[in-house]
Design a protein around this ligand. Structure first.
Ligand code: FE2
Length: 259
């Protein structure tokens, strides 16, 4: 099974790139299952039900989220009823949604997707290390193929979680920084990993935002309303190939310019 993970889709340029290219990419690469991180699709922060539906229609099997999950109020009820959109499992108890989704691929193979959020340099209610074992066991109970989107800031925490889960899941894919790292690998225990899968969106920017706005806020320390940039759009992510037992065989980064 080939799994395509599409990194953080940023704003309308990212969403348009996915809608335009994902169906073709699935065919060209022979992808059996596709996961899309949608946490920045609504103008760069959060996701709305309408945008989530658009990404699912474009060919995503499951959407993952991250620290911007609650930016759009209307997403709460949507997360409650959706079995294809996950938010980090380690949010405050009692909040809407789920951190694990188990979905059948087109060929019937069941794939479990886990979303966790890092705690280093982030505002995260519960440490991922508190919930990780239980969440991974829940995922493994439903599928042999388990993919973890670890949405985190710190490289060290992402490498640590990848090592900790080696041999227990198919892949640990880092998201959130929007800069693709050059460490895509299959670890000794058979778990694919990359520290960060990158960003699907406008790369002529500061991690998706119009550069002058991001720089202006940093220079002045004053609030500046961010807007998604437009240029240099790329789809970024990672392709993981695994066997029927969920053991990763190949892990390759993906960078596709979208003119
Ligand atoms: Fe994020």
């Amino acid at each position: 099974m080939k799994i395509l993970f599409i990194a953080d889709v940023f704003g309308a340029p990212g969403r348009a790139a996915v809608e335009e290219r994902l169906p073709g990419l699935r065919d060209e690469l022979g992808v059996g299952f596709c996961i899309v991180n949608a946490e920045n699709v609504a103008d760069g922060a959060g996701v709305t039900p309408r945008l989530a539906d658009r990404l699912l229609r474009a060919g995503a099997d499951v959407l993952t989220l991250g620290n911007h999950v609650w930016r759009r109020r209307e997403i709460g009820p949507y997360l409650e009823q959706s079995d294809r959109v996950v938010r980090p499992a380690n949010l405050a108890s009692g909040t809407p949604g789920r951190g694990v989704a188990t979905v059948a691929a087109a060929d019937g193979t069941r794939v479990a997707v886990v979303n966790l959020q890092g705690i280093l340099f982030m505002t995260t209610p519960v440490s991922p290390f508190e919930v990780l074992d239980a969440v991974v066991e829940e995922a493994r109970a439903g599928a042999k193929i388990v993919v973890v989107d670890f949405h985190a800031e710190a490289t060290s925490e992402k490498v640590a979680v990848a090592r900790l889960l080696d041999g227990r899941v198919t892949a640990v894919i880092g998201t959130h920084t929007h800069v693709q790292t050059s460490d895509a690998r299959v670890q000794p225990g058979g778990t694919a990993a990359i520290t960060d899968a990158g960003m699907t969106g406008p790369h002529d920017s500061v991690i998706g935002v119009k550069a002058e706005l991001a720089i202006g806020r940093m220079r002045s320390g004053m609030p500046v309303r961010f807007e998604p940039a437009l240029g240099g759009v790329r789809i970024e992510g990672v392709v993981v190939e695994c066997d029927d037992d969920g053991r990763a065989l190949i892990c390759e980064p993906l960078r596709v310019p979208v003119p």
